[in-house]
Design a protein around this ligand. Structure first.
Ligand code: SAH
Length: 355
C-alpha cells in the first residue's frame, strides 16, 4: 500500500533528511539514499542500510521505479523505445535517441493528454492522470540503467502536456539537475508545449535555463484553432508575446515545432505568412531573438485523417523561411522502423487489454 506514504524519489535531499529524522535515523542517510535511488536502487537494495532501517523506511515510505513492459530497438539507427509500466498499471512511453553530441531521452509527462490536438495519438482518449516527479525521473533512471549508458539530455516531448502538470514538472527539473543525482544540465533539457500562455510566463520566472519549444503548427488563428483547440483560449498573438517575454527574462533560445500536413498548412504562401508573423512579433529594434523552426512532416496516425507533405513541399517551405531570416531544419526521422513517435505504443497496448 502506498496510501499516505512518502514517495521518496519525488523528494530532494533536505526533505529526505527530515524524513530520516522523523523515523529516528541520522540525517546523513539522506545523501546515501538520494544517490543510490537516482542510480536505480530502491531502499531495500542499499547494502549499507541495516534491516531495521529498511523496515522503518518501508513502514512510512516507498520508492517505485517503472518496469519495462516492452522495449523496441531500431535496426536503422539504434533508437530505443520503451513502454514503461507504472506502479498502478498505467503505461507511458519514452524514446532514447543517439545523436553525435550525446544521448537524449524523450519522456512522457502525463498518462494521456487533454489538449486535443487533432493530429496527435496521445490525446485520443483524453488524460488519465499526471505523472509524479518520481515517475518523470524514473523513466530516465530505468532507461539509463537498462542501457548501461549515461543520458546527456532530456526532451519533454512524449505523451502529455508538461505545462498542464506544472508543479510536478518543476519539482522534477530541480531534482534532475542535482549533482548527486542524475545531474543533467538545464542547457541539455528542453520542454515542449502546445502553448499554455499563463504557464510560459510562470516558467520564465523559475530561473531554470531550459530551452522552450513551442508547438506552433500554423501561421494563422483559424487554422491553428482547427487543429489545436488550445488556440481558442490562447491565440497566436498572445502565445508569441509570452515567447518574447520568455526570451527577454531567461535569455534562452526558443524553438518552434511545425508539423507539415498536406493541403492544410504547407503551401509556399503559408511559409511566407509564418516568416512574416515570427519576424513581426518576435523581432523588433530592441530584440534580436534567434528563431529556429523545426519542420516535421506529420506522422500519420491510424485514427487521424492527415497526410504528410511530400519532400518537395517540405524543402520549399524550409527554403522560404530561410530566405526570410528564419533558421529552418527538417527533423530527421529516428526509429522509423519501431514507430518511435509517441502515443501509439501505449494505445496498442491498451487495446490488447494489457493496461
Ligand atoms: N504537449 C507537448 C509535448 C508533447 S507532443 C506539445 O504539444 O508540445 C511533442 C510534439 O509532437 C509536439 O510538437 C506535437 O505537436 C508533435 N506531434 C504530435 N503528434 C504528431 C504527429 N502525428 N506528427 C508529428 N508531430 C506530432
Amino acid at each position: 500500500m502506498t496510501e499516505n506514504k512518502i514517495d521518496l524519489l519525488s523528494k530532494n535531499e533536505a526533505e529526505l533528511a527530515e524524513f530520516f529524522l522523523s523515523i529516528g535515523e541520522p540525517k546523513y542517510r539522506a545523501g546515501q539514499l538520494f544517490t543510490q535511488m537516482h542510480k536505480g536502487l530502491s531502499p531495500e537494495e542499499i547494502t549499507n542500510f541495516s534491516a531495521a532501517t529498511k523496515k522503518k523506511i518501508a513502514e512510512k515510505a516507498f520508492c517505485h521505479f517503472p518496469t519495462v513492459a516492452r522495449k523496441l530497438v531500431s535496426a536503422l539507427d539504434g533508437t530505443v523505445k520503451y513502454l514503461f509500466r507504472l506502479a498502478d498499471g498505467n503505461c507511458v512511453e519514452s524514446v532514447v535517441m543517439r545523436y553525435e553530441h550525446g544521448t537524449t531521452i524523450c519522456i512522457s509527462t502525463q498518462v494521456g493528454c487533454r489538449m486535443g490536438c487533432r493530429f496527435c495519438a496521445s490525446t485520443i482518449d483524453g488524460k488519465v492522470r499526471d505523472l509524479e516527479p518520481s515517475e518523470l525521473l524514473g523513466q530516465i533512471i530505468v532507461a539509463s540503467k537498462d542501457l548501461g549508458e549515461r543520458i546527456d539530455g532530456i526532451v519533454m516531448m512524449g505523451i502529455g502536456e508538461p505545462l498542464d502538470n506544472y508543479d510536478n514538472v518543476i519539482r522534477f527539473l530541480h531534482l534532475v539537475g542535482e549533482k548527486n543525482g542524475v545531474n543533467i544540465g538545464y542547457r541539455h533539457i528542453s520542454l515542449s508545449t502546445c502553448g499554455l500562455v499563463d504557464k510560459i510566463y510562470a516558467l520564465a520566472k523559475e530561473n531554470l535555463p531550459i530551452t522552450l519549444s513551442i508547438s506552433l503548427h500554423a501561421a494563422d488563428d483559424d487554422t491553428r484553432s482547427e487543429i489545436m483547440p488550445i488556440n481558442k483560449r490562447y491565440p497566436i498573438g498572445e502565445l508569441l508575446d509570452a515567447c518574447r517575454d520568455y526570451f527577454a527574462t531567461t535569455g534562452r533560445r526558443l524553438s518552434f515545432e511545425y508539423t507539415l500536413i498536406a493541403g492544410k498548412n504547407d503551401t509556399p504562401e503559408t511559409a511566407k505568412k509564418l516568416a512574416d508573423l515570427l519576424n513581426s512579433k518576435l523581432r523588433s529594434r530592441s530584440t534580436t531573438m534567434p528563431i529556429h523552426v523545426n519542420l516535421i512532416p506529420v506522422n500519420e496516425v491510424k485514427e487521424r485523417d492527415f497526410t504528410h507533405s511530400d519532400k518537395r513541399a517540405v524543402a520549399r517551405f524550409a527554403e522560404i523561411l530561410e530566405k526570410h531570416g528564419i533558421r529552418a531544419t527538417v527533423r530527421r526521422k529516428l526509429g522509423a522502423d519501431i514507430n518511435a513517435s509517441c502515443g501509439q505504443l501505449r494505445r496498442a497496448e491498451a487495446k490488447e487489454g494489457n493496461v
